[in-house]
Design a protein around this ligand. Sequence first.
Ligand SMILES: [Zn+2]
Length: 210
Amino acid sequence: MTYKTSKIDVWIPRTNLGRMVKDGKIISIEEVFQEGLKIRESQIVDTLLPDLQEEVINVNLVQQQTDAGEKSRFKAEVAVGNKDGFIGLGSGKASQVRNAIQKGAVAARINVIPVRRGCGSWECGCGQHHSVPFETIGKCGGVTVRIIPGPRGLGLVASSNTKTILNLAGIKDCWIKSFGSTRTTPSFAYAVFDALKNTYRLITPSDWVK
Ligand SMILES: [Zn+2]
């Protein structure tokens, strides 16, 4: 299911980065991350990653206590990615499912990160960007996820939601191992996202020679 949330043509930027992107002074998302600039508008991501795809990972009904009593709202987790090294994950809450998904989709864009890919599998050694470059670990709410590099042709050995996220990131072959007692879908998805984020936190010996 795909929801198009942002309309770039009617966008009036509210941030400096937004204005630079709209005016064509910044034309690549790599530039944004190299300069360490913070994305605060979803349209920045829509402009710089026009091939972005969107997937709903989970929708929950949540009960909230308010002054007027108990109120039901929907909470949605949405993932976005260009299937080529960029992934975002976000959550949104609203009284209607559709609005919760839209809010989640905007949050996912604002949370977009680069994913370092590679061939970290000793069995493979092809040197192409089909997997992760090394084993990476992510955590969220008591869930720990390990992404283990796999050889070409292995596919994604993971649950369907995890596959959706890895697909959007552009990772084709890997194993996923998970630990923890509370394997709820949102925590699990965020742990996978954290592991993907960690592909850029770790400095490997191959970076020293660059
Ligand atoms: Zn390989």
